[in-house]
Ligand binder design. Structure first.
Ligand code: ARG
Length: 459
């Protein structure tokens, strides 16, 4: 059996060792990135005179063929291909002979794997960003369609004040806008090439890390070879950003679960985005929304698991670092699937304007409007709060409907009672960023412009 390190060992690797340590089962996903890294490396080796130009050509051709085999699915793996990097180098050496054997000059799998994973993360975080932008666009569209429809806004899951549906939907949209910021920042910070760091200490050969960095489209080159091979901050950061997106999907999911419950009845799901029950014929379940909640736990688990793997590691490379891939792949997959499913759910969900309004038209929801009416007349807010609270308490005790008590109250009277009429309170919010129709119209404009700017930022 031939491993990359067989020269040093008398015996071949035990099956148990290979079974436990191999990463080929999952890191084959890095194939195109490994090949990109190898191309850049071999070109650099040619440019600095370590490989003859004809050797460079031979290796590049072998890389192209290897890539074609991998993409076509007819690449023949062998047992000792413990990871994709080993497999590719083995194949290139088979194809290009002695020139292939020069590919690993001045390179270690340590800088190689860090390079491939950064290239992968840079590309995939952009895919996530596109999916986030698409969900934001749906929220915006639904906010525009929502017009003046309103529903109760909650604190402590107790009805608090009526809010426009558009306002509520865009609250989730702005949270996703912060995720875009985080994705952009994480991509910027990971844009550093580790290639040329070698195993940990650099090389005595005349390598030029800036050349391969340039070929690979990295903005920067490592400053310290030990940091270059042991830094996985970018994985931890990516996992955090993905966790925040997972959390935002989860919180939106929880609203959907509640809104579509019979208890609220504010919305119903399109058949294509709901599930049924195997036993109860009447059921229509919000499984996407629930899994958005549930899978957030898994994505947060990927983050916490990985940062714990990282925390005690001495410099530089340790095999523990191989544990960076599965959580990253899984979080990327789950978050993208979640964003797409939620996109479909939100584009097709039907809001029940009547039920939302009926729940929000409870006159006590306008209690603060009564207090503010008194404040406008010069009464201190604390005092106004007490006046209204007393009326609410008396009305709830069964003395009379709130509107009647308000009408009879000398400080309030019929003009104040009019504030309790259906749909009045929501329209009275006029402060910037509030739920009144004027501010929400402005918000819709601003959100649209923000979305456009983010799209441009990610071009
Ligand atoms: N599969 C390994 C990883 O993903 C590659 C690096 C192995 N390096 C080593 N010195 N054993 O981290």
């Amino acid at each position: 059996m031939s491993t990359l390190w067989h020269g040093r060992f008398g015996d071949g690797p035990a099956d148990a060792l290979l079974a436990y340590t191999a990463s080929i089962g999952f890191d084959a996903r890095l194939a195109v990135d490994d090949i990109a890294g190898s191309r850049a490396h071999v070109q650099m080796l040619g440019d600095v005179g370590l490989l003859a130009s004809q050797e460079v050509t031979q290796v590049l051709e072998a890389l192209t063929q290897t890539e074609a085999e991998l993409l076509a699915g007819d690449f023949a793996f062998v047992v000792t291909d413990e990871d994709i990097h080993t497999a590719i180098e083995r194949r290139v050496t088979e194809l290009a002979g002695l020139a292939g054997a020069k590919l690993h000059t001045g390179r270690s799998r340590n800088d190689q794997v860090a390079t491939a994973l950064r290239l992968f993360a840079k590309r995939e975080l952009a895919v996530v960003a596109k999916d986030v932008l698409a969900l934001q666009a749906v929220l915006l569209e639904r906010a525009v369609q929502a017009g003046q429809s309103y529903l109760p806004g909650y604190t402590h899951l107790q009805r608090a004040q009526p809010v426009l549906l558009a306002h509520h939907l865009l609250a989730h949209g702005w949270a996703l806008a912060r995720d875009i910021d985080r994705l952009v920042a994480a991509r910027e910070r990971l844009n550093v090439s580790p290639l040329g760091a070698g195993a940990l200490a650099g090389s005595s050969l005349p390598l030029d890390p800036a050349l391969s960095a340039g070929t690979l489209g990295f903005n920067n080159v490592f400053e310290n070879s030990m940091d270059a091979v042991s830094d996985r901050d970018f994985v931890a950061e990516s996992l955090f950003v993905l966790s925040m997106i997972g959390i935002h999907l989860s919180r939106l999911g929880e609203e959907i679960v509640f809104w579509t419950s019979q208890e609220a009845g504010f919305a119903s799901l399109d058949d294509a985005y709901a599930t049924g029950s195997s036993m109860l014929p009447q059921k229509k379940n919000p499984d996407i929304a629930e899994l958005a909640r549930g899978k957030a736990g898994r994505v947060i688990g990927n983050l916490t698991g990985f940062v714990v793997s990282l925390k005690g590691l001495p410099l530089a490379y340790n095999r523990d670092l191989q544990e960076d891939k599965e959580p990253l792949f899984d979080s990327l997959d789950q978050v993208c699937l979640g964003l797409r499913a939620m996109n479909g759910l939100m584009s097709t969900i039907k809001f029940n304007q009547k039920a939302m309004a009926a729940a929000a038209d409870d006159p006590t929801m306008a209690a603060v409007d009564l207090a503010e009416h008194l404040v406008a007349k010069g009464i201190a807010f604390r005092e106004a709060h007490a006046v209204v609270a007393d009326l609410v308490r008396r009305s709830e005790a069964g003395e009379a409907p709130l509107a009647e008590l308000v009408s009879q109250n000398p400080q309030l009277g019929p003009s104040a009672a009019a504030l309790l009429a259906p749909g009045v309170a929501v329209g009275r919010r006029s402060t910037p960023g509030s739920t009144g129709s004027g501010p929400v119209a402005t918000q819709i404009e601003r959100f649209g412009a923000h979305l456009e700017a983010d799209r441009a930022r990610l071009e």
